[in-house]
Design a protein around this ligand. Structure first.
Ligand code: IPM
Ligand code: MG
Length: 359
């Protein structure tokens, strides 16, 4: 029997509409093969939403997302909205989506694809075989802690404040997901904190150690975030799964992504305890190349694969997409960001067509 899924599409800004169109085509084809029927419904977020409604995350978008089985997001932001006050900025829409759907866990894989190894700025022997999963806490920490704001001091000087705070339950749920993720991978979990300086990190470390008792099969280690950044570029192969807070995860996941040399290839999944997840590329909206058919749609396509695997529990369809991506790379198709000598230069649409052909 055909299984039916409702997908909310959030194309957002910049290259978003171009890359999400490729992912939709791919999902339709894979759906036919795997007896899955997707119904797609678009909603506004980011700059596109600001232009249409005055706010970066209209309530109607949140409602639509909550009513769907999964959300596929492209990217938000652009020069046009960069100087708006914070509450009207595209980024605020993204943070609102994360909070509104309770997406407490962000999975960001950084995998070196053998076909693209020379795209890395690091030496081949350092990055060959790198396969890291960053599990980033996404709805707490200094991004959301209170008090926050810019206040006047008694002397009339301005003082900017954010608060890095985690409750025990917030740490416990992301730690559990970190252990479970490691169990499905190579069984090694590295928890990253700054417990030598920050109280919030001491609680983080204490709780991770407490939760570890339930996962005796996972090898747990701890690193301070500065050391973790250094180790990521020195010897990245030592890492399997990393679990960390919101801000440290933001920074380390960019560093991990860049190890692969092709941020245009990396997908991510943001998950809640029971509602729909949001699946999106790690890269941004690339306003400089928007509308020029130059974008690499593969991170968006691989995000659709993550949606099938983690959100809809359709691993066969997910694998089909991932294998399709491998095949187009093996066949030599490259967008500008991953181009190298002797390969076949193509654009966003061309990459999509090549993908549909192999599927
Ligand atoms: C990310 C981005 C966002 C973040 C911005 C756009 C709010 O950098 O998803 O990593 O800081 O989380
Ligand atoms: Mg970031």
């Amino acid at each position: 029997m055909t299984k039916k899924y409702r997908i909310t599409l959030l194309p957002g800004d910049g290259i978003g509409p171009e890359i999400i169109a490729v992912a939709v085509d791919v999902l339709k084809v894979v759906g036919q093969k795997c007896d899955l029927e997707f119904s797609f419904d678009e909603a506004l977020i980011g700059g596109a939403a600001i232009d249409a409604t005055g706010e970066p995350l209209p309530e109607a978008t949140l409602v639509k997302c909550r009513q769907s089985d999964s959300v596929l997001l492209a990217a938000i932001g652009g020069y046009k909205w960069d100087n708006l006050p914070r509450e009207q900025r595209p980024e605020t829409g993204l943070l609102g989506l994360r909070a509104g759907l309770d997406l407490f866990a962000n999975l960001r894989p950084a995998t070196i694809l053998p076909q693209l190894i020379d795209a890395s700025s690091l030496k081949r022997e350092i990055v060959e075989g790198v396969d890291i999963m960053v599990v980033r806490e996404l709805t707490g920490g200094v991004y959301f802690g209170k008090p926050k704001g810019i206040f006047a001091t008694e002397t009339g000087e301005k003082r900017g404040v954010n608060t890095m705070a985690y409750t025990q339950s917030e740490i416990d749920r992301i730690a559990k997901l970190g252990f479970e993720t490691a169990q499905k991978r190579q069984g090694r979990l590295c928890s990253v904190d700054k417990a030598n300086v920050l109280d919030v990190s001491q609680l983080w470390r204490d709780r991770v150690i407490a939760i570890a008792k339930d996962y005796p099969d996972v090898e747990l280690s701890h690193l301070y975030v500065d050391n973790a950044a250094m180790q990521l570029v020195r010897a990245p192969k030592q890492f399997d799964t990393i679990v960390t807070g919101n801000l440290f995860g933001d920074i380390l996941s960019d560093a991990a992504a860049m190890l692969t040399g092709s941020i245009g290839m990396l997908p991510s999944a943001s998950l809640s305890a029971d509602g729909p997840g949001v699946y999106e590329p790690v890269h941004g909206s690339a306003p400089d190349i928007a509308g020029q058919d130059k974008a690499n749609p593969l991170a968006q396509v691989l995000s659709a694969a993550m949606m099938l695997r983690y959100g809809l529990n359709e691993p066969l369809a997910a694998t089909m997409i991932e294998e399709g991506v491998t095949k187009v790379l093996d066949a030599g198709y490259r967008t500008g960001d991953i181009m190298s000598a002797g390969m076949i230069a193509t654009g966003c649409k061309g990459m999509g067509e090549a993908l549909l052909k192999v599927l």
